[in-house]
Design a protein around this ligand. Structure first.
Ligand code: TMP
Length: 204
């Protein structure tokens, strides 16, 4: 089963990914935690360029996220899924639609086509959209990277993007209220993941 975590800045994805992986392991599921950009040697190098390098044109940025994803899908995600592992990935194609499409204003259809090319059509079985108002999330982030430093208006557009994506695919994308303590959010997440796992993966 392929699960992705999505959301704006400062919504707590990293903490929730660790808590979900712990829970999966406790329940006896073999699981791999990974992230985009990142998750491969190339991906980690691209992450540095994307988040801490000089400003990029929107199209160059889009292509680098796609290059990261192509490498990640082939070298990490598909092999783990083929080995029967549950893959939990921090950000995937919906981030590109929300940030480069809705945020930067690139053509959504072209972003979708590039996503499809990079993934070979692989889609998450379940996407958890951790939702917080952008102002609240941004206030939680510490040292800002290049994307976090974008104007609030940009992050509002990204948020509207996630809203639209979730509304268009309610079966796959489930909104999780990311307010409250990490354990409260983790409990909300588990109540969504557990029944899907039981339906999709043979019980360990
Ligand atoms: P994070 O994973 O630590 O939240 O940081 C990743 C940053 O990269 C975040 O600001 C969102 C951005 N991003 C995109 O703009 N497009 C993408 O396709 C992905 C995967 C991430």
């Amino acid at each position: 089963m392929f699960i992705t975590l999505e959301g704006g800045e400062g919504v707590g994805k990293t903490t929730q990914q660790a808590l979900l992986a712990e829970r999966l392991q406790r329940e006896g599921y073999a699981c791999v935690s990974t992230r985009e950009p990142g998750g491969t040697a190339l991906g980690e190098a691209l992450r540095e360029l994307l988040l801490h390098g000089d400003p990029l044109t929107p199209l160059a940025e889009l292509f680098l996220y796609a290059a990261d994803r192509a490498e990640h899908v082939q070298k990490c995600i598909l092999p783990a899924l083929a080995a029967g592992q549950v893959v939990v990935c921090d950000r995937f194609t919906d981030s590109t639609l929300a940030y480069q499409g809705y945020g930067r204003g690139l053509d959504l259809q072209q972003v979708r086509q590039l996503n499809h090319l990079a993934t070979g059509g692989l889609q998450p079985h379940l996407t958890l959209w951790l939702d917080l108002p952008p102002e609240v999330g941004l206030a939680r982030t510490g040292l800002a990277d290049r994307l976090e430093q974008e104007r609030l208006e940009f992050h509002r557009r990204v948020h509207q993007g996630f809203q639209a994506l979730a509304a268009a695919e309610p079966q796959r994308i489930v909104r999780i209220d990311a307010g409250g303590s990490p354990l409260e959010v983790a409990a909300r997440i588990w109540s969504v993941v557990q029944p899907r796992l039981l339906a999709a993966v043979p019980r360990p």
